[in-house]
Each structure stands twice: as C-alpha cells, then as structure tokens.
Design a protein around this ligand. Structure first.
Ligand code: SF4
Length: 381
C-alpha cells in the first residue's frame, strides 16, 4: 500500500444540477461561467507554483474532483491539462484521477484526459434505481450510468483503472435495492468501489423534506446495509482498505491514501484544502469570494489556516489511521510524538470485539467499523 506522496487536487465547482442532498462547495452555473472559472483556476495554479516551487518535482498524484469535472467542455479541459503540462508537471503520474458523472461522460473527454496522463476515472453512479435517483434529485438515469460503465470497462484493457461510487441509506431504499445495486456494479468489474451512507445535511432540500415527514430514512438499515455490502464485495474480490473504500488487490487510491496517511498535498479551486509543512489551509469557499481572492493575486494572508501543534497532529494520526484497515501504528505514535494510548481504553474495545491489536498496530474489526466515531473519540486524548 503506497502512502505519503505529494498530490495536487483540482476542484471543479460546477454540477449540471445541485442534488437535493448536496452540501459541497458546488453550483449549477451557465456555461459562460466555466471559461471564466478555468482562467481563474490557471491563475491560482500559477500563484501556488511560484509559492511552492519544489512541489512540482515531488508531485506524484493528480485528482480532478468536484463538483463534476466532466461537465467542462473538451476545450476547457484541454486548457487545464495543457497548463499543468506547461508548468512542468511530469505527466507520468503514479496516479491521476478524474471524476465523472454519467450525464457528462463521453469517450472524447476520457481520451483527452488519457492523453495528459489520466490513468484512473471515478464515476458517480450512486444507484441504478430510477426512482431513487429522482428522489434525491440526481440528473442522470440508470441507462446513462450503464453506458458510462461500459465505456470505462472497455478502457480497462488499455491499463486504465476506474472506480465507481454508490450510496446507501437513501430514502425508501430497501436492503434488497442496495444489494442489487452493488451486484449490478460488481458485474462491470471496476477496480475500485466506494459506498457511502447518505448524510442528511442541514439546509438541504432533502433535509427539509425529511423534517416535514415527506420522506423517510430508515436508520435501522444502516448496519445491515453496510455489513452486507462489505461481505458481498469481499466475496467478489474487493478488500476494504478504508471504511468506505474497497479495491481489488493493489488498486487502492494512491491519492486518497495520501490524505489518510497525512502526506502533503496542494488543492486549487474554491474551498480546496491543502496540507503543507504542517499547515492545513484553504482558499475562500464561495465562488465570488474565491474569484476576488484570485484576482488579488491569491494573498496568503486570506487563507483559512490551521497550524497543527503536537496535540492536533496526534489527534489526526488517530482519527485518520483508524479509518484504514491497516489501522494505527502505536510505535510510530510513540516515536514521533512520545505518546501512548490509554491501555485500559484499548482493552475495553478489544474485549467488545470492535478493535484488534496485532503487534504494534490496532485496527477496527467487525461492528467496530459501525462504531468508528465512538471508538476513535474514546481513544483520542
Ligand atoms: S453531483 Fe455530487 S457534487 Fe454535484 S451536486 Fe450532486 S452530490 Fe453535489
């Protein structure tokens, strides 16, 4: 498993329509805004590369996410990729991923990205049920998802990897619906699958419909859906390496592992996060504020910043490592921070069969994955 590489994240903030449950930094904007955005993005990238000149040579992964990167036209995608190339990034990435949504996925865009070294795509399928897609306000249809999956599957023979996302705990979704979604997806043999329980975030359309009793999410289904999903994927050769991420052997996401292993990365685009030299920082999140900030030359003073001290680093090590199947290295914690977890607390969770201790490592097991927040918060200083 690869860890601690430098990564570049590019946030594309546009979606064809904002889904009813979405609380990300995204907007549905007319196409004429896309061009303006790309010019600003390129300015920001140039500012950052001047500020961190050594970054390019160490940068091993690229992740273009959002939002919906595939919504940009071919000419705008070409502009972004060309700038990355002109700035001197090596295009032989260890991993370069571009996110896609089915409604804007085309062979032309996939090939264009491949020509600039993109070797992995990530498709937002969410569910194959037309009703459920409508219910949560997704723009695409199951047929579009199937077409995109077939396109991606064809590319696998050329060494291109792909991942697909599903959601569970959707309103009105039954355990059978979710398992049938997973089985359908496994039928396309993606290299990597992520599945996430729906988060009902405040101030979203979905939350207001649930609050008014128009839709119901059955909380008791969380555990059976998650556990059955994990078993089904295991039977089909996908190992859980992170709480929501599963891959065929050796196909874990290198870029995302870098986040969980606290490696350094830079992010560009509205609200994109960076972690560099023990500082977490991000540019303004709202598009208008971000635009003003870029036009002002991306002043460092206006970053939202969090300078990590020893205690916050320990907390991050615990929270991020326990998301991973390989778990937390207690010896590393001791050596790097002179910190020991409380033995009695670890023993408590081990006795409950939520945690296992093997050599110097502790990791979640069984229903411990469902109790991750409680276990981790109990073990934290
Ligand atoms: S496609 Fe994803 S990012 Fe875009 S609105 Fe829907 S959930 Fe949000």
């Amino acid at each position: 498993m690869v860890s601690r590489v430098n990564g570049l994240y590019i946030h594309i903030p546009f979606c064809s329509k904002v889904c009813d449950y979405c609380d990300f930094s995204v907007l549905s904007a007319p196409e004429r805004m896309h061009g303006e955005f790309v010019d600003l993005l390129i300015k920001e990238l140039n500012c950052l590369m001047k500020r961190y000149p050594g970054f390019r040579s160490d940068c091993e992964t690229l992740y273009i996410g959002g939002g919906t990167p595939s919504l940009l036209s071919e000419s705008l995608l070409l502009k972004i990729f060309s700038e990355i190339k002109n700035l001197g990034f090596s295009l032989s990435w260890k991993e370069a991923t571009m996110e896609l949504n089915p409604e804007s996925c085309s062979k032309e865009k996939l090939n264009l990205a491949r020509n600039f070294g993109v070797n992995r795509f990530s498709l937002g399928v969410q569910t194959f049920s037309k009703n459920l897609l409508n219910l949560v306000g997704r723009r695409h249809t199951p047929e579009m998802a199937r077409q995109a999956l077939s396109l991606l599957r064809e590319m696998q023979s050329d060494g291109i990897q792909y991942s697909a996302d599903l959601m569970f705990m959707l309103p009105n979704q039954t355990l059978e619906n979710f398992i049938s979604d997973l089985e359908s997806l496994v039928g396309y043999s993606p290299d990597h699958i992520s599945f996430y329980g729906l988060q009902v975030s405040p101030n979203t359309l979905l939350e207001s419909r649930i609050r008014r009793g128009k839709l119901i999410v059955d909380e008791t289904l969380y555990a059976p859906m998650y556990n059955t999903g994990v078993s089904l994927l295991k039977e089909n050769g996908y190992e859980r390496y992170e709480v929501s991420n599963f891959s065929k052997p050796g196909k874990e996401s290198v870029h995302n592992l870098n986040y969980w292993c606290r490696g350094e990365y830079l992010g560009i685009g509205p609200g994109a996060h960076s972690y560099f030299e023990k500082v977490r920082f991000n540019a303004p999140t709202r598009y208008g504020n971000w635009k003003k900030w870029v036009l002002a030359g991306c002043p460092e003073s206006l970053y939202e910043k969090d300078v990590l001290n020893r205690e916050s680093e320990i907390l991050e090590e615990i929270w991020l490592s326990l998301r991973l199947s390989k778990g937390l290295d207690l010896e590393h914690l001791k050596k790097k921070y002179d910190y020991d977890l409380v033995e009695e607390k670890m023993d408590y969770w081990v006795k409950k069969n939520y945690l296992q201790k093997k050599g110097n490592r502790i990791s979640l097991i069984g229903n411990g994955w469902l109790m991750m927040d409680q276990v981790v918060s109990d073990l934290s200083p």
